[in-house]
Write a protein that binds this ligand. Structure first.
Ligand code: AMP
Ligand code: MG
Length: 311
């Protein structure tokens, strides 16, 4: 049976919170992509979530919180970590911090690490659900592991409809790429995943951002697999001369099958990225992508494209 898609009325939010309390799975909109929420403290619910996504168990989940008070119960915030939270929460920033003694988040959700990834989302529906539920929710993207992230409720219904209990429809997601993940445990902020918040925005609050090499023996962010966000189609990047049989995912003033942003606006491109990749993947077996500058949000867009193109 496929899950009902419901409007986020107060009654339906209450219904979703009850499903979560009973160990169920609820797809919810966030400002980045649709998340698949489960009670972060319920090991059984989390096992179900890993299974529904086909997600490797070594890949820990982000715990979403309603506010700083909920966050401090789970993680230890240095002065600098607190400054980042103060500046960007609620918003698309995930902070990896040391685990607090009072933490209630399941070991399985953290893949046994002694750190925890925390984020306070900005989307009204996610916030309402967190508040009514009253505790932390893990919420990875609501798609099968390794596939393109969902930015609309019908993407979730198509990909995961049979494996979730309820889908809350909040319309299209605004920012379209996942949160920026910062390891905030050291003397310098470390960029574990580029995302919706640019490196420059982080540096304005806490300078000295480092980009750690992902070392296979000791991965700092175990989930940063190279092959990810994968369409069925073959993707070629930085293409200025596409082949005749290729769909063109354009950027800027180029001839394209679909254009991420004809005016060359990176925020617009980020919000269109997963939607347009999904569209072209349905009609073409080869996709050529225009060059996208690496500055600002371009770093996150190029990160997703490199993973989507990797075989
Ligand atoms: P996703 O939910 O798919 O957006 O991925 C969450 C990301 O957060 C993955 O890349 C994880 O590896 C990363 N992550 C979650 N918890 C931790 C942690 N404690 N330390 C480092 N990275 C983490
Ligand atoms: Mg994901």
């Amino acid at each position: 049976m496929t899950a009902p898609i419901l409007q986020p009325t107060p009654e339906n939010i209450a219904k979703a919170a009850n499903i979560l309390r009973a160990g169920g799975l609820v797809a919810m909109p966030t400002e980045t992509v649709y998340g698949l929420a489960a009670d972060a403290t319920n090991a059984q619910a989390i096992v179900r979530l890993y299974e529904a996504k086909g997600r490797p168990r070594f890949n820990p989940l982000i715990a979403h919180v309603a506010d700083m008070e909920m966050a401090r119960k789970q993680g230890v915030f240095s002065k600098q970590a607190a400054a980042l939270a103060q500046a960007f929460w609620p918003g698309p920033l995930t902070l990896v911090v040391d685990l607090e003694g009072t933490s209630t988040v399941s070991d399985i959700a953290r893949a046994g690490l002694n750190s925890i990834a925390l984020r306070c989302p900005a989307h009204g529906v996610a916030r309402a659900l967190l508040t009514v539920f009253g505790g932390p929710l893990v919420a990875p993207s609501a798609n099968p592991s390794g596939k393109i992230s969902p930015t609309r409720a019908d993407h979730v219904a198509n990909d995961m409809g049979e494996r979730v209990d309820l889908i809350l429809d909040g319309g299209p997601c605004e920012s379209g790429v996942e949160s920026t993940i910062i390891d905030a445990r050291g003397h310098h902020p470390a960029l574990l995943r580029p995302g919706s918040l640019s490196a420059a925005e982080i540096e304005a609050i806490w300078p000295g951002l480092v980009r750690p090499e992902n070392n296979a023996d000791a991965p700092v962010s175990p989930g940063q697999l190279l092959r990810h966000y994968a369409p069925k189609a073959r993707l070629r990047l930085n293409v200025t001369a596409p082949d005749a049989d290729e769909a063109v995912l354009g950027f800027g003033p180029v001839k394209a099958t679909l254009n991420l942003s004809p005016s060359g606006n990176l925020a617009e491109a980020a919000s269109n990225l997963f939607f347009m990749l999904r569209q072209l993947d349905q009609t073409h077996s080869r996709i050529a992508v225009s060059p996208i500058p690496e500055d600002g949000l371009g770093e996150a867009i190029n990160d997703r494209l490199i993973r989507a193109a990797s075989r």
